[in-house]
Design a protein around this ligand. Structure first.
Ligand code: G3H
Ligand code: 13P
Ligand code: ZN
Length: 326
């Protein structure tokens, strides 16, 4: 059992103030997933250099992979590293896609400042009950909670729009009032992973359902909205991966202009995981192919980390608009 620790002892912040500033300023806070030291270093270096607040996101799988005590200490190290670099960087440690009350509680007890309870696969009423339970626990520790309404399409689906169930704007006001969540993830056409849209020859990526987003904004004005599945699946990385032995055929994501548009709306948090994975994999493959005698992990992971830094700076500066906000 991990020792109970409050996130403020780790120098972390919850999302409340971050989202208020993002809403007022017309930008979105980046939520980058991490599982290891190089990813975390890259996120911190990039966010300090671009002066962007940041949400460090940990999935259930990441927590199992890295060990919960290790993760807590890494978050503490991340905050201190940013300070040593000369910036009091707002850093939030957030559970991504929490699937049970017990997991959310365990994260809150081990120093997370924000959790997501993803009840989107439950019935509406069950989602409300579970989300409310997490909010009631989290409130005691001033931890913020993200809920979800609507289901994002899975990567195996043929066409995203056919299999996802978009958020129903009719439900959002009631859900937010009954649960007391601090932010709401919605489904407007994105999906997780590197295969977001199945396009035929010559077809373009379909636009996200901005009409649903606008209707949601009308129902709950000024309420922070979260966009999952927001990787652009950078084609330069896909090509590098394929050039150096990988097989990612037809990988495609959300165009940057659409994300920029979303960031200017009530969308206050944009989740990015796959693009970071692609960047690192591309550079590791390239490095190892070009340096067949190297076997020092610092060399190939160093190359991957360097690329991740430049990708994250680009996202903060050009896509989310979160740069120069600290
Ligand atoms: O939404 C899911 C995130 O990309 C985390 O993925 O469960 O493989 O860590 P993961
Ligand atoms: P991507 O797979 O598009 O990076 O989405 C990540 C995400 O939504 C994490 O919750
Ligand atoms: Zn997600």
């Amino acid at each position: 059992m991990a020792q109970a620790v409050h996130y403020k002892e780790l120098g972390l912040v919850n999302t409340r103030d971050m989202f208020k500033k993002a809403m007022d300023g017309g930008y979105a806070i980046p939520a980058y997933n991490f599982n290891n030291m190089e990813q975390l270093q890259a996120i911190i270096v990039a966010c300090v250099e671009s002066r962007s607040p940041v949400i460090l996101q940990v999935s259930k799988g990441a927590r199992q992979y890295a060990n919960e005590t290790m993760l807590r200490c890494m978050a503490l190290g991340a905050v201190e590293m940013a300070r040593e670099m000369g910036l009091d960087l707002p850093v939030c440690l957030h559970l991504d896609h929490g699937d049970s009350f017990e997991l959310c509680k365990s994260c809150i007890d081990s120093g997370f400042s924000s959790v997501m309870i993803d009840g989107s696969h439950l019935t509406y009423d069950e989602n409300v009950v579970l989300t409310r339970k997490v909010v009631e626990y989290a409130r005691q520790f001033d931890v913020t909670v993200e809920g979800e309404l609507g289901v994002l399409a899975g990567i195996e689906d043929e066409v995203v729009a056919e299999h996802s169930s978009y958020t129903q704007p009719d439900e959002v006001e009631d859900f937010v009032r009954k649960t007391g969540v601090d932010s709401l993830a919605i489904s407007i056409g994105t999906s997780h992973g590197a295969y977001k849209f199945k396009l035929k020859e010559g077809e373009e990526v379909p636009p996200l359902r901005f009409d649903i987003l606008e209707e949601v904004e009308r129902r709950i004005p000024g309420f922070p909205i979260v966009l999952h599945g927001a990787s652009s699946v950078v084609q330069a990385y896909v090509q590098l991966i394929n050039q150096y032995g990988g097989h990612l055929d037809g990988a495609v994501g959300v165009p940057e202009e659409q994300l920029r548009r979303a960031a200017g709306s009530a969308v206050c948090k944009i989740n990015i995981d796959s693009d970071g994975r692609l960047a690192m994999t591309a550079k590791v493959r390239e490095f190892l192919a070009n340096n067949p005698t190297e076997f020092d992990p610092r060399k190939y992971l160093g190359a991957a980390r360097k690329e991740l830094i430049s990708l994250i700076k680009h996202k903060n500066e050009t896509v989310l608009g979160s740069a120069q906000r600290v």
